[in-house]
Design a binder for this molecule. Structure first.
Ligand SMILES: *[C@@H]1O[C@H](CO)[C@@H](O)[C@H](O)[C@H]1NC(C)=O
Ligand SMILES: *[C@@H]1O[C@H](CO)[C@@H](O)[C@H](O)[C@H]1NC(C)=O
Ligand SMILES: *[C@@H]1O[C@H](CO)[C@@H](O)[C@H](O)[C@H]1NC(C)=O
Length: 343
C-alpha cells in the first residue's frame, strides 16, 4: 500500500521523498498530486522577489501560539479540510458574514481564525499585499503539525484567495457516514481511499463531544446495546468519561480522541487495530480492505504515516487552487477586498 517506490526507502529524507513523488507525479500525468495543483511552486515568494522570508515569519507566529494553545494544530487541520474539500483551497472558509461556509451548520465549532488574523497582520506590515490567506493557512498548518510532533513537509505555494463564499457550497459529509460513503466523497474531490485513511489520522489529536459517541456506548443503531465492535476495556473506559445521563445543567463532556492528546502520533491507528477507536467513522477503517491494510501499516510504522500524511495533505492542499490572475490577495482574511470595511 504505497504510492510509489520512493517511500520504501525510509532513510530518504522526507523532503526528498516528497519532492521525488511530486516529480514522478508530474512526469506521469500527475498520479500523486491533483492536476489543478501543478501551478503551485516551491520558493514561490523568493522567485517573486517579494516576502522571501515568509516561511520563518509564519513559523515564528505559530510557535508563539503553540506555546499557549496546543489545540491549534487540530483546529488548523480542520480548517484546511473544510476549506479545500468545499470549492477548493481558496481560503473561502475564512470569510466572515452571513451565508458563508464559516456559518454553515456543519462548520460550527471551527476555530483557529485568530491565529490566521495575527499572521496576516504581521505579513501585511512586513510585506504588504503579497501573501494570500490561502497560503498562510497551509504554511501555518504545516508548522503547527510540526510542533505537534508531526512531519515537516515542503508547502507548495502560489494559491490566491477566493472572492466569494456561499453556504450552499458546503457539502461536507456528516461525521456519521459509512466508510464507503467517505471514500466515495473523497474520490469525488480527486482524492482516494489512501488519503481518506491517512488524513483521518488527524484524529490522533484533539477532543470530541460525548454526543458524538453516546449512541455507540449505549444504544448502537437503536439496539439499546453498545457497538459490538468496541473492545470491552475501551467500552468501560469511554462510558466512564461519557455517562449515559448528564446531571441537570451539566454540559456535554468532551474527551480526548487518544491519550496522546495534542501530539501527532500513530496512536490513533494502534487504537483502532485493537478496536479502541473513539468514533465510529474511525473504527470503520477496518471495514474496507485497503484502509484496513493501511491502518495496520501505520500502527506498526509511524514513519510511514508521517510520509504518507505529508503527501496526502499536500494533495488536499492542491485541490482547485486559484493561481496566476485568478482570485485576489486579500488584505484581511475575513473579507474580500471589495467588502473590506477597513479600507
Ligand atoms: C484550546 O486551548 C486553550 C488554551 O489552553 C483553551 O482555553 C481552549 O478552551 C481550548 N479549546 C478547546 C476547544 O479545547
Ligand atoms: C484499493 O486499492 C486498489 C489498488 O490501488 C484500487 O484499485 C481500489 O480501487 C482500492 N479500493 C477502493 C475501495 O478504493
Ligand atoms: C442497523 O440496523 C439495521 C436494521 O436492523 C441494519 O440493516 C443495519 O445493517 C444496521 N447497521 C449497522 C451499522 O449495524
Amino acid at each position: 500500500m504505497r504510492r510509489e517506490g520512493g517511500f520504501d526507502l525510509i532513510l530518504i529524507s522526507l523532503a526528498v521523498a516528497l519532492g521525488l513523488s511530486l516529480y514522478v507525479g508530474r512526469m506521469q500525468a500527475a498520479v500523486t498530486l491533483p492536476p489543478e495543483s501543478r501551478a503551485l511552486q516551491r520558493h514561490f515568494y523568493k522567485k517573486l522577489n517579494k516576502c522571501a522570508n515568509v516561511e520563518p515569519f509564519v513559523r515564528h507566529q505559530v510557535s508563539l501560539w503553540w506555546n499557549r494553545e496546543k489545540n491549534i494544530t487540530a483546529k488548523l487541520l480542520k480548517l484546511v479540510y473544510a476549506d479545500c474539500m468545499v470549492n477548493g483551497c481558496d481560503a473561502s472558509i475564512l470569510l466572515d458574514g452571513p451565508h458563508t461556509e464559516k456559518t454553515s451548520a456543519k462548520n460550527s465549532g471551527l476555530d483557529g481564525f485568530l491565529l490566521i488574523d495575527k499572521i496576516k497582520k504581521v505579513l501585511e506590515i512586513r510585506c504588504p499585499r503579497a501573501v494570500s490567506c490561502a497560503n498562510i493557512l497551509h504554511l501555518a498548518t504545516r508548522d503547527a503539525l510540526y510542533f505537534a510532533g508531526g512531519p515537516s513537509y515542503p508547502v507548495y505555494l502560489g494559491r490566491r484567495d477566493g472572492m466569494e463564499s456561499k453556504a450552499s457550497w458546503v457539502d461536507l459529509p456528516s461525521p456519521a457516514i459509512s466508510i464507503d460513503q467517505g471514500i466515495t466523497y473523497f474520490k469525488s474531490k480527486g482524492l482516494d481511499d489512501m488519503d481518506y485513511a491517512t488524513l483521518l489520522g488527524a484524529h490522533t489529536m484533539g477532543k470530541t463531544h460525548c454526543a458524538n459517541l453516546n449512541d455507540r456506548l449505549y444504544n448502537f443503531n437503536k439496539t439499546r446495546k453498545p457497538d459490538p465492535s468496541i473492545a470491552k476495556s475501551q467500552l468501560d473506559e469511554l462510558r466512564k468519561q461519557c455517562p449515559k445521563t448528564l446531571k441537570k445543567g451539566q454540559k456535554d463532556p468532551t474527551m480526548f480522541l487518544t491519550d496522546d492528546q495534542y501530539r501527532f502520533s500513530n496512536k490513533y491507528y494502534s487504537n483502532l487495530v485493537s478496536n479502541k477507536a473513539v468514533l465510529k467513522v474511525d473504527q470503520d477503517l477496518l471495514q474496507s480492505y485497503n484502509t484496513s491494510e493501511l491502518a495496520h501499516e501505520y500502527a506498526a510504522m509511524f514513519q510511514h504515516l508521517k510520509q504518507q500524511f505529508s503527501l496526502s495533505i499536500s494533495r488536499l492542499g492542491g485541490l482547485k487552487v486559484l493561481t496566476g490572475n485568478q482570485g485576489e490577495i486579500r488584505l484581511n482574511c475575513r473579507f474580500t477586498n471589495k467588502n473590506n470595511p477597513y479600507t
